[in-house]
Design a binder for this molecule. Structure first.
Ligand code: GDP
Length: 298
């Protein structure tokens, strides 16, 4: 929790403190208070749609509970945001093997996240094998190799430019013959050509369906919180192009734009599974809606 609080410091300082002191500057709860709240939320990268949703729902709650003191609204807001963020946080990895596909544009933190996630799963007693299916850049394969070593998990690789689906095939074969619990596959971070991306992901998921029929499959979209509204846009685009089951939001530690988490969950209704709060191997946290809201406002 300390790491989360530390990671969210900038967001708390800019968003939550502004909200709290704004509430306290009002003597009664009126239209202006909600208008100012909406403005602060939009400035904090929550997004216009979600900012309006929050104000509407908060108005209802305040009315329902008969709250008249503006200073008490912060606690209501915290509860509302926790409710909005809650649901579907845990990965479903019950089959052997289970598969996690990691998607997202370059630079958002995919490789780092795979390394952290591998270590995380290993710590929970699961065995892991990585598939270096971002074959587009040799550097991506090498970099994933470094994280595989750090997390002490094996990695299946082919040469640069080879077929990503073939890498996934080999990774699944290795997992099955070694009795590995979880297969994590990197993918190339292209969005500029949606059709390419969809074709590639479709081919990969067909291989998974054939080689590990009925397996639990998580498709995790990695987004960089420091990009604010851009992360929200990427989430929209990828949701159209790929059947994502969850979001990993990285680099929360370096940004005042953590409010984007709320916008992504509310608008897309895709669960947030993990947040990245640093560059080290243990800086990935399973998402906890209550802890998140508490770290922001508590
Ligand atoms: P990829 O291109 O998507 O695979 O991105 P990388 O995994 O190579 O990460 C890009 C940069 O972001 C690297 O310098 C990482 O150390 C950094 N990074 C990744 N996740 C986090 C995070 O949660 N917090 C911080 N501060 N940096 C991160």
């Amino acid at each position: 929790f300390e790491k989360l609080t530390g990671g969210l410091k900038k967001t708390r300082d800019s968003m939550a403190k502004a909200v709290d002191s704004m509430f306290k500057s009002f003597t009664k709860i009126d239209k202006e208070l909600f208008e100012e709240l909406e403005e602060i939320l939009i400035m904090s990268d929550v997004g216009a749609v979600t900012a309006a949703d929050i104000c509407e729902q908060l108005k209802d709650r305040v009315k329902e509970k008969g709250i008249t003191d503006p200073a008490l609204v912060t606690a209501e807001l915290q509860g509302l945001i926790a409710d909005m963020l809650r649901g579907g946080e845990a990965l479903k990895l019950t089959t052997k093997p289970s598969v996690i596909l990691i998607i997202g544009v370059n630079g958002v933190g995919k490789t780092t996240t795979i390394g952290k996630l591998s270590a995380n799963l290993r710590a929970s007693g699961k065995t892991v094998v990585l598939g270096a299916a971002d074959t587009f850049r040799a550097a991506a394969i090498d970099q994933l190799g470094v994280w595989a070593e750090r997390a002490n998990v094996p990695m299946i690789r082919h040469s640069e430019g080879s077929d990503p689906a073939a890498v996934v095939f080999d990774t699944l074969s290795a997992a099955k013959s070694r009795g590995v619990d979880v297969v994590i596959c990197d993918t190339a971070g292209r969005l500029h050509n949606k059709k390419n991306l969809m074709d590639e992901l479709n081919k990969i998921t067909r291989v998974i369906a054939r080689e590990a029929p009925g397996c639990d499959l998580e498709v995790l979209l990695v987004l960089d919180a420091t990009t604010g509204q851009n992360a929200l846009n990427q989430a929209r685009e990828f949701k159209d192009a790929a059947g994502i089951t969850g979001i990993v939001l990285t680099k929360l530690d370096g940004t005042a734009r953590g409010g984007v988490v709320i916008g992504i969950k509310n608008e897309l209704q895709v669960p947030i599974k993990y947040v990245g709060v640093g560059e080290a191997i243990d800086d990935l946290q399973p998402f906890d809606a209550d802890a998140f809201a508490k770290a922001l406002f508590g």
